[in-house]
Ligand binder design. Structure first.
Ligand SMILES: *[C@@H]1O[C@H](CO)[C@@H](O)[C@H](O)[C@H]1NC(C)=O
Ligand SMILES: *[C@@H]1O[C@H](CO)[C@@H](O)[C@H](O)[C@H]1NC(C)=O
Ligand SMILES: *[C@@H]1O[C@H](CO)[C@@H](O)[C@H](O)[C@H]1NC(C)=O
Ligand SMILES: *[C@@H]1O[C@H](CO)[C@@H](O)[C@H](O)[C@H]1NC(C)=O
Ligand SMILES: *[C@@H]1O[C@H](CO)[C@@H](O)[C@H](O)[C@H]1NC(C)=O
Ligand SMILES: *[C@@H]1O[C@H](CO)[C@@H](O)[C@H](O)[C@H]1NC(C)=O
Length: 830
């Protein structure tokens, strides 16, 4: 057993270290033609050698050889020579590796003998695509640089120059043709209006129009992994005084499955432009906008993000707009980058510019979430013109809809969102790695393993088995399907000794997969319709929702009419077992607060993390699980219901839930809102405070129901009657006061009087601040005091004071659940 751990760990170590080695290797293009046209000598630019084109004249066919040069010194040496064509001429490059290539063309018109290159008008095309139509280099002292990105599927690339007009001249100063990594441009992109996906990018011919490094200085080809140029964003910013330029000196954490150094290099991700921090308590309700002039056409817009500004995860949420459309709502980089700071992330949009103003505007703006500081960043931006016909880049904009791709949803989920799901899988991976690392006592630095390896090691049986299982299938399509045999083996054929819990749904077994990953296997026993419904609800919800404070679904099995769900194993069991009845050592006040905060975050995410709020319906201490670090995760979504539509106020439903936690209003009116969860969570808070069961029939009548009894005591100011005696020593009175007050508000009779989960979360975090504050500060007006401790809290305070929990909020109803992002959309049921 121990040996297994060691060898598994060692394998991980090998894979991780080899992948680190790969990262440090610079990308070497399979095809790499660099030609200094018209030159008789090689030219070295940015430590790359552009060959004299005489030495590769075998690639060229032209009626007449004219090599031109200028004495103009103000331009790069590449521009000082040119080859002039008086008739149709072409370069032919054998292609070693099919796939995407950059084609870069350098033009600088000068006068050479009787040839005036400023008068040259010509076309440039590949064998099947027109790159430049009627091109004439502007008569100024500026050079013209063009970069195209083309998926070359032929064995030879032919670039043809065709002179037009009276002068009948064409020319070129330098050419680059180089391979780029296959994954640089995926096949799928999002659309903005309507929201959806666009597929077909892998065939598109792209022309780079803008490549911008936000918050930064210009990045030169020598500093880029693919010899690209990134311009500074300053001249594109609409109001520079709203912006703050950030420069980060730490390491950029490229994650497997995400952006790579070829997507954009460290130097690009290390700078960002940030929303200017609020100077005072006034919440800055402005967007920061960059504006780019473009032709009427269709464009691929790639936004690069990397959270180099936060000190801790989960603090940065912001909105992103492209041309006035909400592109990403409440972008939460922490979640998208597996809770890693300074990890790059990018997202592509396809948009058509059809109006005559012909501008692309990209904005970042403050989040609409509660208790989130107005902030936002952008690290880099690329705007590429897309071909709108199959022959040329000069067509009109085409209308971009997601109709074509709807039927391919399965594939899209599998591939376009691949990065996203890989990232999700990485959450699980990360936990496994952490555990393994501890065991082999490696250093604490984060290590990663390619996800494909992880995925198969998760199933590590025979290859036949993994073949069967890696294809995620079924109507849910998202979860990982496990063969029944693998689960039988993992749980020792569902041995009763492995049972770690029993619920309405069935028994929960502890299981160990072949690779020593511990899992919790929940096996449904009833074939009732309710059971089946709950099974599907849970798979569907959990596959869609990922959050560090929600228990992750690893997979499921529905072979032979089985209904089995496989979850991450939570080492420390339920919160309930740590509060009473199991003889475990009592938790400290800080631990309890941490657990409450964690579970509040999980519930807050459920309520606000998708377009439609999700109501848990069975919030209780037995459904809050703790991992080995006592981090809380909310579990058991079997009863969950999607919340009210934005235009409805509640969901009517039969009363379900657990006795003692049940919202009396829900009971009375059978109408479900998120506030029912808030009520139940209030009961959990009391449970945490008092460390006793919510219903305890062994007690005197008035004490049986915890919620009733505790509220009675609290209203009489008799806190000492109910508080867990273990807490008395460690607890600070202001902290407990805030905590008790919060619990009381949660238990308000009417949902409308209860705070939202976001408000509860804030109050609990505040209680934590009070607990950790220096003793002397507590004697003064605590709210005032604390507000001076941290500007962040200060701003939050003001938010809380200004906005009553029920104040109207911006509802953004044009969002769809299918979007990849955690759309932490507020959709309060009221
Ligand atoms: C240019 O460089 C190439 C490869 O490094 C070499 O083969 C060729 O002889 C050089 N040509 C000249 C004119 O120096
Ligand atoms: C370009 O400008 C130069 C002088 O600035 C002029 O002599 C030449 O005719 C111009 N060429 C064209 C094509 O307009
Ligand atoms: C290039 O196009 C071919 C088919 O047109 C496609 O199979 C391939 O995946 C594409 N390659 C890239 C890197 O997009
Ligand atoms: C960022 O910091 C580095 C090192 O301190 C410096 O070389 C670089 O110029 C800075 N970049 C910007 C945009 O200020
Ligand atoms: C930001 O821009 C979007 C789109 O133009 C707009 O809907 C939103 O209200 C703006 N936000 C602020 C705070 O001005
Ligand atoms: C762009 O050009 C490619 C290659 O010619 C073609 O396959 C693709 O359909 C074109 N895209 C559009 C939108 O016409």
């Amino acid at each position: 057993m121990e040996l297994d751990h060691l060898s598994f760990g060692f394998c991980l170590f090998l894979i991780v270290s080899s992948s680190i080695l790969c990262d440090s290797n610079a990308f070497v293009p399979a095809d790499n033609y660099l030609i200094d046209c018209g030159s008789s000598t090689n030219t070295t630019v940015d430590s790359r050698i552009f060959l004299a084109d005489l030495s590769i004249s075998w690639t060229l066919s032209t009626p007449k050889t004219i090599l031109a040069s200028t004495t103009e010194n103000s331009v790069s040496s590449l521009y000082q020579t040119a080859r002039i064509f008086t008739g149709t001429s072409s370069y032919s490059f054998p292609i070693q590796k099919q796939g995407r290539h950059f084609i870069r063309l350098y033009f600088f018109p000068f006068r050479y003998q009787s040839y005036d290159l400023t008068s040259a008008t010509f076309t440039v095309s590949t064998q099947d695509f027109m790159l430049l139509t009627n091109f004439q280099a502007p008569n100024s002292s500026n050079a013209v640089f063009k970069e195209y990105s083309i998926n070359i599927t032929a064995a030879t690339l032919t670039i043809t120059f065709t002179p037009l007009g009276q002068s009948s001249l064409a020319f070129i100063n330098a050419i680059e043709v180089l391979s780029v990594p296959d994954d640089l441009i995926g096949d799928f992109s999002q659309t903005l209006n309507p929201k959806g996906t666009y597929d077909g990018l892998s065939k598109a011919v792209l022309e780079t129009i803008y490549r911008i490094n936000m918050g930064g200085i210009k990045v030169f080809p020598s500093q880029d992994t693919l010899w690209r140029t990134w311009l500074s964003d300053r001249s594109f910013l609409k109001s520079e005084n709203l912006a703050k330029f950030v420069n980060f000196s730490g390491a950029i954490n490229y994650l497997p499955g995400g952006a790579t150094r070829e997507t954009a290099p460290d130097i690009v991700y290390s700078t960002a432009t940030e929303l200017q921090e609020p100077s005072t308590v006034v919440r800055p309700l402005f967007n920061l906008t960059w504006e780019f002039n473009v032709d009427k056409s269709s464009f691929m817009i790639r936004l690069h993000f990397c959270d180099i500004v936060s000190k801790a995860i989960g603090n940065l949420y912001f909105n992103v707009f492209v041309n006035g459309f909400l592109a990403v709502s409440n972008l939460d980089l922490s979640t998208l980058t597996v809770n890693t700071l300074a990890a790059p992330y990018y997202v592509d949009f396809v948009a058509a510019v059809t109006d005559d103003s012909s501008k692309i505007r990209v904005s970042i703006g403050p989040s609409t979430l509660d208790n989130v500081l107005p902030d936002g960043i952008l690290n880099a931006l690329e705007i590429m013109k897309m071909n709108t016909t199959s022959a040329s880049l000069d067509g009109e904009a085409f209308s971009i809809t997601d109709n074509q791709s709807k039927k391919k949803l399965g594939i899209i989920l599998g591939s376009a969102f691949g990065v996203f799901f890989l990232v999700l899988l990485a959450v699980v991976l990360c936990m496994v790695l952490r555990r393994k690392e501890k065991k082999i006592k490696k250093d604490k630095s984060k290590s990663w393993l390619p996800l494909s390896n992880y995925r198969s090691s998760l199933l590590s049986s025979t290859s036949k088995l993994s073949n069967e299982t890696t294809a995620a299938s079924g109507q849910n399509g998202l979860g990982l399907q496990f063969p029944f045999a693998v689960l039988q083996e993992a749980t020792n054929n569902f041995d009763e000794n492995q049972v770690i819990g029993v619920g309405g749904f069935g028994k929960v077994y502890k299981g160990v997969l072949k690779n020593d990953t511990k899992v919790a296997v929940k096996r449904g026993n009833s074939k009732s319709q309710q059971g089946i419904n709950e099974f599907h609800t849970e798979i569907e919800l959990l596959s869609r929702l990922r959050h560090r404070h929600l228990v992750s679904l690893i997979g499921y099995c529905d072979e032979n009419n089985e209904m089995i769900l496989i979850y991450e194993y939570m080492e420390e069991g339920t919160l309930k077992s740590h509060l009473y009845g199991s003889g475990l050592p009592p938790l400290s006040w800080k631990q309890r607060l941490d657990i409450c905060i964690g579970s509040a975050k999980g519930l807050h995410y459920l309520h606000t993390g998708s377009a439609k709020a999700i109501i848990h319906r069975d919030v209780k201490s037995a459904n809050i699980l703790l991992d080995e670090n006592l981090m809380a995760k909310v579990a058991d979504f079997g009863l969950s219901k999607t919340g009210p539509d934005l235009d409805q106020t509640h969901v009517s439903t039969a009363v379900k839930g657990s006795f003692g936690y049940l919202d009396p209003e829900y009971f009375r009116r059978q109408q479900l809102t998120e506030k029912s969860d808030v009520y139940s969570f209030g009961v959990v808070l009391l449970e945490v405070l008092c460390a006793r069961p919510v219903i305890d029939p062994s007690r005197p009548r008035e004490m049986v129901n915890l919620a009733e009894w505790a509220m009675k005591c609290l209203n009489k100011g008799q806190l000492e009657q109910i508080i867990d005696p273990h807490l008395a020593e460690t607890i600070k009175s202001d902290s407990i006061k805030k905590f008790v007050e919060t619990a009381g508000k949660c238990l308000a009779d009417y949902g409308i009087d209860r705070p939202t989960m976001g408000d509860v979360l804030w109050s609990l975090e505040y209680a934590m601040q009070l607990q950790e504050a220096m003793p002397s500060t507590l004697e003064l007006d605590s709210l005032h005091r604390i507000s001076q401790l941290s500007p962040r809290v200060n701003a939050l305070n003001n938010d809380l004071l200004e906005a009553s929990p029920n104040a109207g909020r911006n509802d953004l109803s044009d969002l769809s659940m299918s979007s990849v992002f955690s759309q932490l959309l507020k959709s309060e049921g009221r």
